[in-house]
Ligand binder design. Structure first.
Ligand SMILES: Nc1ncnc2c1ncn2[C@@H]1O[C@H](COP(=O)(O)OP(=O)(O)OP(=O)(O)O)[C@@H](O)[C@H]1O
Length: 604
């Protein structure tokens, strides 16, 4: 078996995870994902039009107020107030309705966008080879699929519209202000200059802080995920305080980078608040002077101030929009890291599909070498091995000799780095992955079961299996205990099947592989968790299945070797010896050592 990847993963960051992004790169990462907006183009245009209409309705109100003050109020004509007051109410109500409709559409667009991106990201992660998942922390992937997509959704569906509307509002209000009083209007327009510089400096600092926080969120998620997965080990070793400390260190780091990020935001947002309010104070003084000099009516001043108040929120929101945009850019950069990883194991051009019925299951390893990514030393170095159709070949070797690695090459969980593996004479890289995996079925020593019903877990490799076939597979794997579960085959088993014992999980995983009725069955020490009696029962039933199937079985125990027609001894990356169990016991001392004293007893 391979060593626990999560243990390795906790030590290192993904090697292909880049350094914090340059603003330009982050922007281009977000830009590259613009196609997700395409299906929502119509609704985005509708949202923008509605936002414009709401702003238009809001802009009319100060103009009407000016008419009320300068007309009916100044002239003492109360009858005119009703009409203008009614118009103000209509426009105010219209604005509220339009905003409500826009928000309704916006929520659908936002959630639809996020769901689309998440579905694609998940599909892509599923296509990525096992080597990618070995190197990436699960928490980092989780953070990308949740928090990062959330940031992108917020910007694409809200930030973009609000940003555009803030600019439109600023321009429209400024034009109106200049028309009312050009000196004061230009003063308000000039306040855009300090705003621009504040916004630029804020954006530069915030993008780095955002990326640091997002990366750290991934670290915290990784530790939490490992702690949840390894809760039994942690408890058994009394390491809860140690794990708490580890988590605490990362959580404090997350708090620190989040506080640093908010610090940058708080300072800039204070400026975003101060500028419009300071401008408003100056306008009030200047406006009062203008009214005194009869350059502006009282109604004009009230309209001016009302219009200017309309700018306070868009300017204050600028800080949020920039922050949101930066978070979306760095999130897109992080998501792009995953999207840009090409599946190293994929269908070759012109890959052919093999049919199960036509596959004899003649497996050959021809001069096969293999080294894990980033590891110089090869695990396998020139393996030549033949498994004839219908033959059962056991692979033995000391721990860490590469048995799991060797059998993982057959379903192409990893690709050879030298030589080739063939099935019925065809290089498996020339077969379509889907068809290869339908003729090769695998059961691992550490059987992963999913949080779904027993039936769904069993039929994972062959959804169309009949009840009779399921029953037969359960019999072969001696897994009939499932019928005693509260809902039988419909019992939902816990995450990773934790509510079942190790041996029960192993038997279900074996039944799942057998159910596929594969041409080539790969079993990686599938009976290691069973007691001797159950193992014997499974072996007896399995023997009938193995008769018509080519099988490669990784073995540690002599009892499992008995299933095999021949045994290959793997040592130093090569096949050191091959033959029947008794031949090897007699002629290869290393073989007897590998299978321990137990093997000698059995041979005797
Ligand atoms: N994902 C991986 N990345 C890097 N190295 C790995 C990976 N998986 C396994 N190795 C290394 O490859 C070597 C062979 O591992 P493998 O699991 O194939 O051995 P094995 O013979 O099946 O061991 P065991 O009998 O203990 O199950 C070991 O040195 C192991 O540390």
């Amino acid at each position: 078996m391979t060593s626990q990847p999560s243990a390795q993963k906790s030590e290192t960051k993904p090697p292909d995870e880049p350094e914090p992004p340059q603003r330009r790169h982050a922007l281009s990462s977000l830009w590259r994902l613009r196609h997700y907006l395409r299906p929502y183009r119509g609704r985005m245009i509708a949202m923008f039009t509605l936002a414009l209409a709401a702003t238009g309705a809001a802009l009319v109100v100060p103009w009407l107020i000016q008419r009320v003050i300068d007309g009916p109020i100044t002239g003492g004509d109360t009858s005119g107030v009703w009409l203008l007051g009614g118009a103000i109410a209509v426009f105010g109500f219209a604005e509220a309705v339009i905003i409500w409709i826009r928000r309704f559409i916006q929520a659908k667009v936002a959630l639809g966008l996020e769901a689309d991106m998440r579905a694609d990201l998940y599909a892509h992660m599923q296509k990525l080879h096992a080597g990618f998942h070995d190197r990436w922390q699960t928490g980092q992937l989780l953070a990308r699929a949740t928090a990062d997509l959330g940031s992108m959704r917020r910007f694409m569906a809200w930030g973009l519209i609000f940003g555009a509307m803030s600019l439109v509002t600023f321009a429209a209000v400024t034009v109106q202000l200049v028309a009312l009083n050009w000196q004061l209007g230009l003063l308000v327009a000039a306040s855009a200059v300090p705003l621009f510089f504040t916004a630029r400096n804020f954006a530069r600092a915030y993008i780095v802080a955002s990326r640091q926080m997002q990366d750290q969120q991934g670290e915290v998620a990784s530790i939490a995920e490992q702690a949840a997965q390894g809760i039994r080990v942690i408890k058994a070793f009394g390491r809860a305080p140690h794990m708490e400390r580890l988590f605490g260190v990362e959580a404090v780091r997350l708090r620190d980078v989040s506080v640093a990020r908010m610090d940058i935001a708080a300072r800039s947002w204070a400026t975003f608040n101060v500028i419009p309010n300071a401008t408003l104070a100056i306008v009030l003084v200047g406006g009062a002077i203008a009214v005194a000099h009869q350059q502006l009516t009282i109604g004009g001043l009230v309209a001016f101030v009302s219009l200017q108040l309309m700018l306070v929120w868009p300017v204050e929101a600028l800080g949020w929009i920039i922050a949101n945009g930066n978070e979306a850019m760095t999130a897109a950069d992080r998501v792009k890291d995953v999207f840009d990883t090409e599946p190293a194991i994929a269908d070759a051009p012109g890959a052919v599909a093999v049919a199960r019925a036509e596959t004899r299951g003649h497996v050959r390893f021809e001069g096969v070498s293999f080294a894990y990514e980033g590891v110089a030393e090869p695990v396998l170095d020139g393996v030549d091995l033949e498994v004839r159709p219908g033959e059962t070949l056991a692979i033995a070797g000391v721990t860490g000799s590469g048995k799991t690695t060797l059998v993982s090459l057959v379903p192409r969980l990893y690709d050879v780095t030298g030589g080739r593996v063939t099935i019925d004479g065809t290089d498996i890289r020339d077969l379509s992955l889907a068809s290869l995996r339908s003729v090769v079925a695998t059961a691992f020593e550490d059987p992963t079961l999913f949080s779904m019903s027993v039936r769904e877990n069993l039929t994972l490799g062959r959804a169309e299996s009949t009840d009779a076939e399921v029953a037969e597979a359960l019999r072969v794997a001696q897994a009939e205990f499932v019928h005693d579960l509260p809902y039988g085959l419909d019992t939902r088993i816990g995450e990773q099947g934790l509510s079942l014992s190790g041996g029960q999980r192993q038997r279900l995983a074996l039944a799942r592989a057998v159910l596929v009725k594969p041409a080539v069955l790969v079993l990686d020490d599938p009976l290691s968790a069973l007691d001797v009696h159950t193992e014997e029962l499974v072996e007896r039933a399995l023997a009938s299945v193995l008769k018509g199937t080519t099988a490669l079985i990784v073995v540690h125990r002599p009892s499992t070797v008995m299933l095999a027609d021949r045994v290959a001894l793997l040592a130093e990356g090569r096949i050191a010896a091959i033959g029947s169990h008794s031949e090897l016991l007699e002629t290869v001392p290393a073989y007897a050592q590998v299978l321990s004293a137990e093997s000698e007893e059995m041979a005797a």
